[in-house]
Design a protein around this ligand. Structure first.
Ligand code: SF4
Ligand code: SF4
Length: 234
C-alpha cells in the first residue's frame, strides 16, 4: 500500500524527440511499514465480512438480483433502455408518419425508413420501419427527435440471439397512415383498406435479402444430419 504526496510533485521540462515539453514528475509511492499494511488488509477484510453478514441477517438489503429466477418480479428503473419500440394506441394504430427525423438523428444509421404514398390518402406514410438493434447504442436520440411521440424505449432486454442478423426488426405492425388519419375515416372497411398488415412484424428482416437459417430452439433435440449436409444453427 502506498500513496502519493502531491506536494512532492515536481514540474519541469524534458526533451522528447528534440522537442522540449513540460512534464509533472510524480515521486515513487511511499510504501507504508509492513505492520501498517497488515492492519489495513485486516480492516478491509473485516469490512467485507461485515457487509456479507449484514446481508445474511437482513436479506431485504441485498441488491443482487437472482436473475432469471426472479424474472416475473424483475423491476427496472423507469429510464432503463433495452430496446426501441413503436407506441400503439388502444386500436393498435401508430403515430409515425414517416417524416424521417429519427432516421436523421440516429448517429449509427440504425434506423432505415421505407415510406410509400398512401393509395387512399395520397400522402406519405410508413411502409416499413426497420430498426437495427445490432448497431443501436440505445442513445435515445431517435425518441427525442420524434415530434409525434411515435417511439419509446422499452424494458424488453432478453434479446440475445445466435445470429446477429436476427437483431433487425420491423417496428410497425402495418404499413399505412397514422391513428389520426385512420380515425377520421368512420367506415371500418375503408379504414382497413388503408392499411397493409405486415407479416414480418417484429421479426427479422435480413439485410442481405437471403433467408435466415433455422435456429434450433434451446433445449430441443439436435437434428440428425447426414455427412455433407448443413445442420441447423446451434
Ligand atoms: S418515428 Fe417519429 S421521427 Fe421517426 S419517422 Fe416516425 S414520426 Fe418521424
Ligand atoms: S437509440 Fe440512438 S443509436 Fe439507437 S436507433 Fe435510436 S438514435 Fe439510433
Amino acid at each position: 500500500m502506498g500513496r502519493v504526496d502531491f506536494s512532492d510533485v515536481k514540474h519541469e521540462t524534458r526533451a522528447f524527440a528534440g522537442v522540449t515539453v513540460p512534464v509533472s514528475v510524480v515521486p515513487r509511492f511511499k510504501r507504508q511499514a509492513y505492520p501498517t499494511r497488515f492492519l489495513f488488509a485486516i480492516k478491509g477484510l473485516l469490512e467485507g465480512m461485515r457487509l456479507t453478514f449484514g446481508y445474511l441477517i437482513s436479506p431485504s438489503k441485498v441488491v443482487t438480483r437472482q436473475y432469471p429466477e426472479n424474472r416475473a418480479t424483475l423491476k427496472f428503473p423507469e429510464r432503463y433502455r433495452a430496446s426501441l419500440k413503436f407506441k400503439f394506441d388502444e386500436n393498435g394504430y401508430q403515430s409515425c408518419n414517416g417524416c424521417g427525423s429519427c432516421e436523421r438523428a440516429c448517429p449509427n444509421g440504425s434506423i432505415i425508413l421505407q415510406t410509400r404514398k398512401g393509395a387512399v390518402t395520397g400522402k406519405n406514410e410508413i411502409e416499413r420501419y426497420i430498426w437495427r438493434m445490432d448497431s443501436c447504442v440505445l442513445c435515445n436520440a431517435c425518441v427525442e427527435a420524434c415530434a409525434f411521440g411515435a417511439l419509446e424505449m422499452s424494458h424488453e432486454f432478453e434479446n440475445a440471439v445466435y445470429d446477429r442478423r436476427l437483431l433487425v426488426y420491423t417496428l410497425n405492425r402495418y404499413a399505412g397512415p397514422t391513428a389520426n388519419v385512420l380515425l377520421k375515416e368512420e367506415d371500418p372497411e375503408k379504414r382497413a383498406a388503408m392499411m397493409t398488415k405486415l407479416d414480418a412484424y417484429g421479426g427479422p428482416v435480413p439485410m442481405n435479402g437471403h433467408a435466415l437459417p433455422t435456429v434450433r430452439a434451446l433445449g430441443s433435440p439436435r437434428a440428425e444430419t447426414k455427412p455433407g449436409e448443413g445442420g441447423a444453427a446451434s
